[in-house]
Design a protein around this ligand. Sequence first.
Ligand code: NAD
Length: 485
Amino acid sequence: MTHPAQPTASHFINGEYVEDTAGTPIPVIYAATGEQIATVHAATPAIVEKALASGKAAQKAWAKMSGTERGRILRRAADIIRERNHELSVLETYDTGKPMQETLAVDATSGADALEYFGGLAGSLTGEHIPLGEDWVYTIREALGLCVGIGAWNYPTQIACWKGAPALACGNTMVFKPSEATPLCALKVAEILHEAGLPAGVYNVVQGMGEVGAALVTDPRVDKVSLTGSVPTGKKVYAAAAADMKHVTMELGGKSPMIVFDDADIENAVGGAINGNFYSSGQVCSNGTRVFVQKGIKEKFLARLAERTGNAVIGDPMDEATSFGPMVNENQMNIVLGYIEKGKAEGARLICGGARCDMPGWYLQPTVFADVTDDMTIAREEIFGPVMSVLDFETEEEVVARANDTEFGLSAGVFTRDFTRAHRVIGNLEAGSCFINSYNDAPVEAPFGGVKASGVGRENSKEAIKHFSQVKSVYVRMGDVEAAF
Ligand code: NAD
């Protein structure tokens, strides 16, 4: 790949690109063609050490800057990202295979939103004053210290910013490890932050597989770990962090319900189901992959869904007319194909799709199964691909119980024109990020995260500040100290 935004080395540490070719080579494969477009090297122990030492050394001075000064740098980085949206979107498409139609609209821009939002908040982070008669207590909102961010591969720029922006706004420093499947974009985030004036060492990026992540998580200098990944990885990382009582945020997987009542606007519900299953070729954690449709509108819903799914433009991700791209890599494509075969074998009715596309690259057809039952594998496990399961239901009480019958609790959506019912149903669903007559919106102003096995903590919004800072409480006595002896 020769591209103006291409990073020039594998890691970004202490304000500059760093290479160590002794690390295991990680090929970067363009999902649309299967071609290798770059190579990065996994961090060696020396690189991990350099990144952690730089982050630790930079933290106190960064936290001592005023919030307004820190925020100005983040907002400047947001402006640079917006100016370079096109070239960063091309890089994101090379990294993930997602179509330019998506990356131009969502990836670098949502990263910029986070930098702008948390940059704006940085100057207003304060404690409180608690009067107690003559005495009082005041609180100080302090940084946690050195934070580790670990990313999944579906939104590499966004994840790097969603973790970095609130961490840095609060006065923390960060070592970020992107997914080994999409190593390029986070390096650009680091480069741009430094161009915007970030002091060296405040935001560092290192590459590697799980063992590099594990080395970061277990280092005693690290105060907080924020992971975006699968539930099995989340359990391991949470347990490793607990050994040193580190703070954690866990943004994990889901099998979220989307409930369509008989009175719903069918076009909107079908649109929600398409957005919530086929955007980014289904590689979105919050997807509404269990679409419960009330029996009265089931066949009408399925007919429109099949018709509109047939309008997907599957092809070259660099062509802005393309609306559906490949899976991130061959491995993920094969995992999803395995689930499609299970759906067929367990008796679900295939409405459309159901196979690999006959073209180079890791393309799957957008796939819809109907007559899915709660016990089928495709209704229970996270697939992380373009496979929608449509399930029937009759009553509200029944659908709420079935929707909640899962270990996950990331998202949930309801489509109905009855607003009393909409709020009641959402109130009874066990999920962290919910939607009424919409699906998968993730504005930086709104808290994002899951309950149950889908995670702990929240990203975005003022909630994220609580997860990247801690409160020191100071009792001030104005009179004499009384003591028993
Ligand atoms: P994954 O769990 O395989 O890997 C996630 C990251 O953790 C990678 O960077 C990986 O290298 C690292 N890792 C693996 N083992 C580790 C260990 N022992 N210690 C430290 N780090 C380790 O996930 P993935 O396949 O990259 O991404 C898909 C998953 O991510 C899906 O389950 C999806 O739902 C989830 N996800 C969640 C959100 C969210 O915000 N809730 C967003 C995107 C993706």
